[in-house]
Design a protein around this ligand. Structure first.
Ligand SMILES: *Cc1c(COP(=O)(O)O)cnc(C)c1O
Length: 467
């Protein structure tokens, strides 16, 4: 063991060996020195543990190739692209929706150049950042006014803070949901300073339940879209229309947290998904104010979109909290670009990646799966056994929770490692590939892969199979 320790080079000799490598020249010497020290320490640990046990493992070639791999991992960006082969279209852990190229181009422009973010090109004076998307939002949804903030959680917060601080907000017990990442309606309400007034039972709430608790301290009626779960069986919810009538009778605003916030009429385009209202319908049913996410079904960037009655929206715009949750210019650029596609729903279906992936036909998916399988077979021969079989993808993001989207999976199997090991190895490729295990096979769903990514998939499979 001690002879192995002696084989390890000194920090200084390693550093001088790296001196002419351009790729590290942007990093301070002290930073690279720390990394080399950490790497040497790792080697010592491995010698102690017996994972490094022979001279050959510390030969200059082996040592420098291991060092190079270590340095590469520790100097590359931490936040990186991955390949999503899970078939979950709105994958919250993988960044929810991806953008159309034109939308990405708009972000690029906003980053690299100055812009009219808060500058009116009509008057040459100060303008408002909300002006860029308000008209589009009104046109698409039919609402009188709108604004956008950082995300839907902050949208709900500012709506409650503006309309019901210190007052009671009536919500059905069946709608006190928790969505992923510990966003719970009762907690958000507590933060806003509004008081939760729960009514009804988990499975059934009637209009009279709402009406019976209305008093002089009631601030609003709230409806929450229970996006990620579904009650089946003995179940009753009050419709938005009924709530609006009740609100009108008592002079109370009706707020809806729609969660995903969909503009696209799926059934109208031949996709008979679970019935979900569109934002247009909610506005038409008379909601006072509704909020939803930009990066769920809408397929845009992270944002909280608020639309509704002019009087209410202008109050929200004046709330000082707005400054703390405002949308940034890059997001605004991506959002405007995405919203423009929705002026024509056929264009949206073609151009918004999230919509395109959700509405892909099974035939198209089968062809894509075959193409991917053939490429894998051509590259790996017998080294990877490859097959395709029918399965279901998910929309994700709490949208259409029970909706099966028929797809075809490409399953691969290696003789040299089991599927868990392959899955694990693919987390360390460049870029990493995220797939899933079904029937003891490592599986890829072509729904969330671009055909242009197939070459990259083959490449990273190759990386994973290297020793
Ligand atoms: C997703 C969701 C939210 C939170 O939206 P973010 O944009 O992630 O902040 C709030 N309410 C409901 C019902 C949701 O589904």
């Amino acid at each position: 063991m001690s002879s192995l320790f002696r084989l390890l080079p000194s920090v200084d000799s390693v550093l001088s060996g790296l001196a002419d490598k351009k790729c590290y020249s942007n990093y301070p010497r002290a930073f690279i020195r720390d990394l080399v020290n950490d790497f040497l320490e790792l080697c010592r640990q491995e010698i102690k543990a017996g994972t490094i046990s022979g001279d050959d493992e510390l030969s200059p070639e082996r040592f420098s190739s291991r060092l190079e791999a270590y340095l590469k991992v520790h100097t590359r960006p931490h936040f990186r692209r991955v390949i999503n082969a899970t078939g979950v279209v709105i994958h919250t852990n993988l960044g929810r929706s991806i953008l159309n190229r034109q939308a990405a181009q708009a972000v690029w422009e906003a980053c690299l150049h100055y812009s009219n973010l808060e500058f009116s090109l009509n008057t040459g004076k100060r303008g408002s950042r909300y002006s860029h998307v308000e008209e589009l939002l009104c046109r698409i949804t039919g609402a009188e006014a709108g604004l956008v903030v950082n995300n839907n959680a902050s949208a709900v917060l500012i709506i409650l803070d503006t309309l019901a601080k210190g007052r009671e907000v009536v919500v059905s017990r069946g709608q006190l949901v928790e969505i992923g990442g510990s966003f719970r309606i009762p907690d958000v309400m507590a933060k806003s300073g509004a008081f939760l007034k729960e009514v009804g039972a988990t499975n059934r709430t009637h209009l009279k339940d709402y009406e019976s608790v209305i008093n002089e301290n009631t601030g609003a009626l709230l409806k929450v879209h229970t996006s990620n779960y579904r009650i089946i069986g003995f179940h009753k919810e009050v419709t938005l229309k009924e709530l609006v009538q009740l609100g009108d009778k008592h002079g109370l605003p009706v707020i809806e947290d729609m969660g995903s916030g969909n503009f696209f009429d799926f059934p109208g385009h031949g996709y008979h998904f679970m019935p979900e209202p569109t934002v247009q319908q909610v506005v038409k049913d008379g909601v006072s104010v509704v909020s939803f996410s930009g990066d769920k079904l809408l397929g845009g960037p992270q944002a909280g979109i608020i639309v509704g009655r002019e009087k209410i929206i202008s109050k929200i715009k004046k709330n000082p909290m707005n400054r703390a949750i405002r949308i940034d210019k890059m997001t605004l650029a991506a959002l405007e670009s995405t919203l423009r596609f929705y002026l024509d729903s056929q264009v949206a279906m073609r151009e918004v990646p999230t919509l395109r992936m959700i509405t892909m036909k099974q035939e198209e998916l089968k062809k894509a799966a075959q193409k991917l399988m053939n490429r894998i077979r051509r590259s790996f021969g017998n080294e990877l056994k490859c097959s395709i079989f029918p399965a279901n993808s998910r929309v994700g993001g709490g949208s259409f929770p029970e909706q099966d989207l028929p797809t075809y999976l490409v399953g691969v199997k290696s003789d040299r490692m089991n599927c868990e090991q392959l899955k694990e190895k693919l987390l360390r490729t460049d870029p990493p590939l995220i797939g899933m295990i079904v029937h003891d096979l490592f599986c890829l769903d072509p729904r969330t892969l671009d055909v242009d990514e197939f070459g990259l998939v083959v490449e990273v499979l190759g990386q994973a199979l290297e020793v």
